[in-house]
Design a protein around this ligand. Sequence first.
Ligand SMILES: *Cc1c(COP(=O)(O)O)cnc(C)c1O
Length: 506
Amino acid sequence: MVMQSVNSSVVEDLDNFDSYFLTNSSQSIAAYKQAMAIAQEAIIEAFASQNQPYSGVNPQDLAKILATIEPCPEFGQQLQNILTNIGENILNHSAIISHPACIAHLHCPPLLPSLAAEVLISASNQSMDSWDQSPAATLLEQRLIDWLCKIFGYQTKADGVFTSGGTQSNFMGLLLARDAFAFHRLSWSIQQQGLPPEFQRFRILCSDVSHFTISQAASLLGLGQQAVVMVKTDSNYCLDADVVERKLAELQSEDSLPIALVGTVGTTDFGSIDPLPELADCARKYGLWFHLDAAYGGALILSDKHKHKLDGIWTADSITVDFHKLFYQPISCGAFLVKERKNFELIKLHADYLNPQTNQDAGIPDLVTKSVQTTRRFDALKLFVSLRNLGKKKFARMIDSTIELAQETASLIKNQPKLELANYPTINAVVFRYLPSQALTAFDCERVNQINSQIRMQLMQQGIAVLAQTKISELTYLKFTLLNPRTSLVDIKKILQAIQEIGDNL
Ligand SMILES: *Cc1c(COP(=O)(O)O)cnc(C)c1O
């Protein structure tokens, strides 16, 4: 059937698919090269014209722009036109993560080698669930997992799997914690039998500044948020092992069943790191699964200067680590590690079509047995390519420089009379607020909160900077998350200046 294409004079043959897939044909290769060149051009164009972290467009106006785009036309249009349009309407109104003043969240500029690797990942399109869909990729992911286990100080019984990020890794940690507790203490298989009668007494301890995905996991695991006991942190936003221990004694006396203790290695707001060896002792004494959420701080393991902050991380039964944060990988990329690989048995399933027992008997590795995902991306490749391209020293230098910048930023804030510093940074997050000196009465609290929120909004709308905000006991604070090694003290000084000017004018 021959049809007229809407947007071009070329006659389109609806039965010709060859230039739509990458194969060994010269027609396909030419089409691939052209498609990639167009994509490259669109992204270069968008980046070349960026001189602020966000265009400043408000949500209503942006919605109007996007409403005019038809998602699925009857006949295809030229890729060139589509991507040019996306450049103008989407890329130009995206957050420019690599801009030095885009410093809101744990959201990193991605490394160039990882962008090159993404091209290989998507074109080869390996699926990590079964060996027959990803032979070499399965083994490369396993090599990276083995390397990760080693650098975190785990022994040969350890294992792990790549995940979509911290949310999934924390979920898996608590899933294994719950199932291991039921299996070993109650002789109960949750996988087979569902939750045991005692489930409402299960408790998970974490700090009051731990990530919200701990509560989310508890609720998804059928334990409810009521199972999460948030222990108050000290003035540095860290757990105190004595306070944890008192809490555990209290829970025991009221007949609760603590199953897990979660420590955070780099809290999202403050970068604070819980006392790992002391918490490990506590967990051992009470027979708890010890999970460490190192989504943010795990990267310090690469730094000779800062890795001592992670001492004791190897005592954890499981570890969450994210690569799309301080390892500078494009989203998504994370890993879940376990000290004893036999724990994966608790969640193992066999599908006849995918990973039959006969594969396992024959020594064929199907990674689906270790994951809660089935079809899964070969994200290990981009981390592998980045590590090899930069080398450990360069990675460490990037991380170290951001920590230095955070410390210098904190000192600057401390010396500004109208700014109030909330934390001395352990990693590279700096929390502070604008505090006009005349704000003295209790009534002013709400006003100061509003001023800080407005400062943040104006910085974004004027395209000056993208900052985050957070709350500390009902007070609104601003947050810099200084992941970008290209952000300089000069950039920071400009932003602090703008914050005070906007604040003074409100
Ligand atoms: C970012 C973060 C998470 C969530 O990870 P995602 O990769 O966003 O799913 C969990 N814990 C901590 C401490 C984090 O910083």
